[in-house]
Design a binder for this molecule. Structure first.
Ligand SMILES: [Zn+2]
Length: 309
């Protein structure tokens, strides 16, 4: 009897300790979301609010095609309830082995916690006919840099809100409310951005990689060429000469470069054509002060306006 009552009180003490050590119920309920890119993390944070804990694997200044996998990525994926990725093979060079090695059944391809955001977005430049990666083209399924159109952000945020509600039905209404609030703020921001960009409609630009297509479409700019001969293929002298000729004929005065490319070729193109060469940000976190999706457009629009002036 004595023994039993002693073990009972030990168990009781253990339970009480465990209760004290547990996070509050609100905290315990937070969904752990890992996104590949910072932009998806920003959109998830917008709709997830304080019911989610979000972290991106890649930094905003890294080339999203070629992110160096770290052991810490595995730990993050191991504990995730949801993985949100860009898709269209953008992350094919680094993400698939991490998913497998994480051993987390929740985020495996096809599982409930695996969300390919490209299904929600308008995808441009979908190749016709059979495409292989043999040519080195890193966009075999269409242009994966679709998040730089606010309309696609709206659609992706809606898809994420739906998924969060599916994984956490008790907070489904909360996610929908957050989505509506985000939608409203995005619409207001878009009106401001559209007005700022209106004077530059039809202006021609060259970009290093074709990560700018959706932005250009939304704001009615014309991308006439790329520093890369094909997506993922480094510049060649013959292509650079052709591009310089094209820019002169078309009177193109702006070259936009993603932060992860060498400026040597763009600068030589700039001096040959008199075009300005500017580093634009394809992703949140490309510069320290750009901490969310809204600030990303504020930054890039300010930069592009200066580029055209
Ligand atoms: Zn790309």
């Amino acid at each position: 009897m004595k023994f039993r009552s002693k073990s009972f009180s030990l168990i009781l003490a253990a339970v009480m300790c465990a209760t004290l050590l547990l996070p509050s119920s609100a905290e315990a309920k937070k969904l752990k979301v890992i996104t590949t890119l910072t932009d998806l993390a920003s959109l998830t944070q917008e709709v997830g609010g304080d019911k989610v804990e979000v972290e991106a694997l890649a930094k905003g200044y890294q080339d999203p095609h070629f992110v160096e996998p770290k052991p810490s990525f595995l730990l993050k994926l191991r504990n995730a309830d949801l993985l949100v990725l860009v898709g269209l093979e953008l992350e094919i060079g680094w993400l698939p082995p991490l998913i497998t090695q994480s051993g987390n059944p929740r985020v495996q391809v096809g599982a409930a916690g695996y969300l390919d955001a490209s299904q929600f977005a308008e995808i441009l430049e979908i190749p016709q006919g059979v495409v292989t990666r043999a040519m080195g083209d890193v966009h075999p399924l269409g242009n994966p840099h679709y998040w730089l159109d606010p309309e696609n952000a709206r659609r992706v945020a809606k898809g994420i809100a739906g998924k969060l509600g599916e994984l956490d039905p008790a907070d489904s209404a909360y996610f929908q409310e957050r989505l509506q609030d985000f939608d409203k703020r995005l619409t207001a921001a878009e009106q401001k951005w559209d007005a700022e960009m209106a004077p530059y409609r039809g202006r021609k630009v060259v970009t290093y990689h074709n990560s700018f297509t959706n932005f250009a479409k939304h704001f009615h700019l014309e991308v006439i060429g790329y520093v890369e001969p094909r997506p993922g293929i480094p510049p060649t002298p013959s292509h650079t000469i052709e591009l310089i000729g094209l820019m002169k004929r078309e009177n193109c005065k702006l070259v936009l470069v993603e932060p992860y490319f060498d400026l040597k070729t763009p600068n030589s193109i700039g001096s040959a054509t008199g075009a300005k060469v500017l580093v634009y940000l394809p992703s949140v976190g490309g510069e320290k002060q750009v901490t969310n999706y809204f600030e990303l457009f504020d930054y890039d629009i300010e930069l592009i306006k200066k580029g055209f002036q």
